[in-house]
Design a protein around this ligand. Sequence first.
Ligand code: XUL
Ligand code: CO
Length: 438
Amino acid sequence: MYFNKYPKIQYEGKLSTNPLAFKFYNENEMILGKPMKEHLKFSMAYWHTMTGTGQDPFGGATMERPWDIDGEDEMLNAKKRVEVAFEFMQVMGIEYFCFHDRDIAPEGKTLAESNKNLDIIVDLIEQKMKETGIKLLWGTANAFSHKRYVNGAATSPNADIFAYAAASIKKAMEITKRLNGSGYVFWGGREGYETLLNTDMALEQDNFARLLHMAVDYAKEIGFTGQFYIEPKPKEPTKHQYDYDVATVISFLIKHKLDKHFKLNIETNHATLAMHTVNHELRIAADQGLLGSVDANQGDLLLGWDTDQFPTNVYDTTMVMYEIIRAGGLSTGGLNFDAKPRRASFTVEDMMLAHIAGMDAFAAGLKIAAKLWESQVLENNLKQRYVSYQSGIGKKIVESNVGFKELEAYVMDKKELDPNESGKQEYLEALINQYMIG
Ligand code: XUL
Ligand code: CO
């Protein structure tokens, strides 16, 4: 319908001057014993790539999308988008996609009508998946755009809204199962608040946990075995989002006995908004065994909002890939481009160029991270820095074999304490540069 006129994007190496070629992403190149594409399970975000228009608070759509005809029957456009989406993924060599229910099919006047629309489109998607071998990384429900969700979905003060959200999540889980999705995401949307003057925060958070338990129960009932994820974000759209960051989500999951059922879907731009590095967020999740999947994008450090840019910063992609390798990989997860071309990158070709930029940045980051991992240079430095915990008093501390009294006796008569190793931060940063450029 549109992208089938392009040949599949090929790897041409770092000296290529062809904009429509990969410079670093060579899908079958072996890295640490497996092909690049298995480290980098790239996914197309249906909402940005297929329904993004370039609209912002100051102006309307800018994106040229010849297959979307304004004013045309919405279902017809939705059907055409399925064709275009699968052509696009094939041309790009992207093997996964993610969607919200409302990205793929228009909302009807009732839930029944919306579900009917979904069934029609899901039939087409299922067919295309069979034809192309492209897989669903995760599905989700959009429980934040419609005005009924003005005060949240599961955390709305209105119980009817809670019920409506639950019912649409039920349907989104059913279609995710039908399409063999390897996961299902809960991003909080409007689950948060603006002012405590009107908010019963305890009830809202307990209700959110109740909804997640219902989802776990329903997954069992229908035999959905995909991984559930929560995607943290600290603010936007609400001032206080309940799923602030990875640490907040983990303590929420543990408090509500949900930690066996959920992992984290970590987005770079959301980490930035939480004033964390994305590698910090990944490490916290990985240390808890809860690293699930990644929404691969980047924010602008000078802007305080979610710009959802394509990831092009190789330093960051190196850090992300290092954490993923260090954690033993993403099992059910992948790298979902929750990213949109800039408003002024409005041509159809920009859709391809933006994905190439992101895929190449991650491939380059993977290669550097793999070299760092193979050399174990950072891990060895870490071992050395904490060596005092491997014997003597340190060993007793980590084995929980001592208390305050023994530690007091140990230090009481010591004249000088060895202040341990230098942090060597500058040396380590220079080392990363050497691996990046070497
Ligand atoms: C919003 C965001 C969402 C989730 C899915 O900031 O990241 O698109 O990834 O609902
Ligand atoms: Co996201």
